[in-house]
Design a protein around this ligand. Structure first.
Ligand SMILES: Cc1ncc(COP(=O)(O)O)c(C=O)c1O
Length: 391
């Protein structure tokens, strides 16, 4: 049975007594432990770790990372504003957005860094702020993600400026007197480590075409193991590889590159659990399935129904019997499925869980990232689950 490694059963019961359920519980200790693994990367010419705050912009989580010296990757002008409200200095925020930030006129003079993700964004920025420094996101031609929906590199991706258009980037920079100081690549969430490494090496080749760039930002995408048979990316191995490559680059070119990484998932995913309750139990006859209906669902956790992603689930009772259940959410939508076939949100998969009764508490793990922040909030007018951070 999946057990949270930061909360005892008595604490779960006490916390739901106090805050109700469904309830997201985040562990400060786990957040700090993840941050420290990244901050230990031995980059020879400087390291910045940015938190991709889209993963979980809860102010208490932002505060914890701020205290660790972690900076911000913001995906919109709104996220940048929220980060500033939470006390991040403007110069610690980098905006990388699909839609040009609506408040660029406030953000740039205040000192935030802007990363152009298309030629049009570069042109618009150049017209508004000629003669300034700029960062560019390039699509390096390869991508990888835990699902096609999280792959943001290669020809199927609209993210970043296609690598063959580097001459056009230089042309626009020249017209507007822009100094390109950072090359940014991010190829997906939950990437294959081999493809990630290949993208990092490709990015090091690409940055040779940006002689004024002093910062290489390789995005996020590091895997975490949510289920027992999955493993976290080994940041020790990845960090050593990056440090060696940046050193090699210095020997070849004389250039000392400051390294940036901006993970979301790796920092938060396994620092969160969702405590829910069995609301109902129904079955579809002897050739059918038994369904556990929870008092949460796609309005709090959308990843299983969207990607077919797997989250550990356990029923918190003393039953010595187990039973196969399909776990579903409380929304009026057959796609509100918490136990899909891995990678296929359209197919349901029964899981062996403790024999359950209506009212039992249920734990869902691996929900610290892209759950509270990426759910179908407001659907069926259900209120969103409360969120608490524990010491
Ligand atoms: C530009 C950028 N950087 C970083 C991330 C973080 O990715 P992950 O949560 O997989 O680390 C994302 C996620 O989509 C992103 O779009």
């Amino acid at each position: 049975m999946f057990q949270t490694n930061f909360l005892s059963r008595d604490q779960v019961v006490a916390m739901t007594g106090e805050h109700g359920s469904p309830l997201f519980v985040y562990s400060k200790a786990k957040l700090i432990a993840q941050a420290q693994q990244l901050l230990a990367i031995p980059a020879p010419f400087g390291l910045t770790i940015r938190f991709a705050m889209k993963a979980n912009p809860h102010p208490a989580i932002l505060e914890i990372f701020k205290q660790q010296g972690i900076q911000i990757d913001a995906s919109s002008g709104y996220e940048a504003e929220l980060a500033r409200k939470c006390g991040f200095r403007p110069e610690t925020i980098l905006v990388t957005s699909q839609q040009l930030a609506h408040n660029l006129q406030d953000l740039v003079p205040a000192g935030i860094d802007f990363n152009a993700t298309s030629l049009n964004q570069l042109e618009q920025y150049g017209r508004a702020f000629p003669g300034t420094s700029i960062s560019v996101r390039v699509n390096p031609g390869i991508g990888s993600g835990h699902s096609a929906k999280t792959n943001v590199g290669g020809i199927t991706s609209s993210f970043g400026i296609w690598h063959e258009y580097i001459p056009q980037i230089h042309e626009l920079a020249k017209i507007h007197g822009l100094n390109i100081v950072r090359l940014h690549t991010h190829i997906g969430a939950g990437t294959d480590p081999a493809v990630w490494q290949q993208a990092a090496l490709t990015s090091l080749r690409l940055i040779k075409k940006f002689p004024t760039a002093t910062i290489l930002n390789l995005g996020g995408g590091f895997k975490v193991g949510r289920m027992d048979d999955e493993h976290d990316a080994d940041m020790g191995i990845i960090g050593t590889m990056l440090a060696q490559e940046v050193q090699k680059f210095k020997e070849e070119t004389g250039r000392e590159l400051h390294l940036e990484l901006e993970p979301g998932t790796f920092l938060v995913a396994n620092a969160g659990i969702l405590v829910a309750q069995v609301e109902d139990i129904v079955n579809t006859g002897k050739n059918g399935y038994t369904f556990l209906k929870l008092n949460t669902g796609m309005n709090d956790i959308l990843r299983p129904g969207m990607y077919g992603s797997q989250h550990p689930i356990s029923v918190l009772n003393d039953s010595t019997e187990t039973k196969d259940y399909v776990v579903v959410g409380h929304n009026c939508e057959s796609g509100d499925l918490l136990t899909p076939v891995a990678g296929n949100p359209n197919l349901l998969q029964a899981r062996k869980l403790n024999k359950a009764a209506i009212g039992d508490l249920v734990l869902i793990g691996g929900v610290g990232g892209y759950c509270a922040s990426m759910a179908a909030h407001g659907y069926n007018s259900f209120p969103s689950a409360a969120e608490v951070v524990i010491e």
